[in-house]
Ligand binder design. Sequence first.
Ligand code: ASP
Length: 451
Amino acid sequence: MKVAKFGGSSLADANQFKKVGDIVKADKNRKFIVVSAPGKRHDLDYKMTDLLINLAEAYINDDKYKSYYITIMDRFSKIIEELGVPTTILTEIEELIQSIMKDDLSNETTIDSFKAVGEDSSARILSAYLQTLGIQATYKNPKDAGIILKNDPFGAQLEEDSYEKIYQLKNEEGILVIPGFFGYTKEGHLTTFSRGGSDITGAIIAAGVKADLYENFTDVDAVYSVNPSIISNSKEIEVLTYQEMRELSYAGFSVFHDEALYPAFKEKIPVCIKNTNNPSADGTMIVANRKPDTYNDNCVVGIAVDAGFKSIYVSKFLMNREIGFGRKLFEILEDEDVSFEHAPSGIDDISVIVRDEQLPVDKEQIVIDRIYNELHADTVSISRNLALVMVVGEGMKESIGMAQTATNALGDAKVNLEMINQGSSEVSMMFGIKSNGIHRAIKFLYRAFFE
Ligand code: ASP
């Protein structure tokens, strides 16, 4: 039994809905279908979720929201008309939006409720369309599916006891079409995952019903070994492990939401990334373990890069002997509400790498002053415009010369290394470089590991 999730590009217009209908029809094992909101139809288009966020914000701020409302309803109306499904669905969507406006909800719940309209409507439309194809399909609201969430500033998180109820979905007749991206708190308030979170819903359903496979349909044939916008024709990845995917998505591989890996990993459900526009392509499998014979010659599966970091450099003579120095440093960051990513250290110095948004420019001086005053550091400075390059592959474990190949390539690219970090799992090597060196670094690394 399979769970199939379709992303926004797979549901961008009526034609895409039809492709989804064909895919569902083609395999009887596809019992649970999870959907995103309609995505962009072309580069200059808007995602439905963005339009809904605009509508929500205008509504809350008492601004003119009618034009957003009309654009949203026009788009749904066109999809419904072209698919030939009952127009009562459009009335249901209208009523859904009206009810959010009538209810006396907190601003947060109002915004989340508007955001959820995209996925909710996709699920209603798709189940009605599948019925016109003679498939027994039912729309299932996440509340009835058992998706109970707790609020979190970074996006809702699942209440672990949800899984028992989700497991019961197996006993239901026919195909269930479930909207992704949202659920309900124990108190009954609607709440959403972070952006792109329909992947998380799909993974939760797959883990909950203990599916044989979680298929994640998107608009690419596979996960590529490097960003194809930097290296065109970059190698497609056939299979990678959860950990490799986690490391790659950390540094910018956005094809699968990184939070969606955990539920799949927990139950060891294999994930297959597939293309709605080319469903016969094999896609990329994400699995718990892969056999060494699937490692390519150089052991590296992918190279990712993410910009938008800065580093806080702190040096103090005899830092290595000062008990509690690290704790006090991290306490200052905790006090100032700064979350850190990595902290490579030397004998007398340490660099703390943070994402730019964690340390806005107006907070920099406060942090620098506190480190000087409270820790009596010799030097404290901030280096900006950092990017992290990750070279990832399970095959690198105990493989000799990997760092040498990477650093030679970066040297040939004339890219200065500000930081090098290799976790003891040896699944990835991380290099901190200036953002303006990204393209050169990736080109030379790709050449060294894949060509
Ligand atoms: N529609 C939501 C978004 O655009 C969630 C998703 O597509 O997965 O973020």
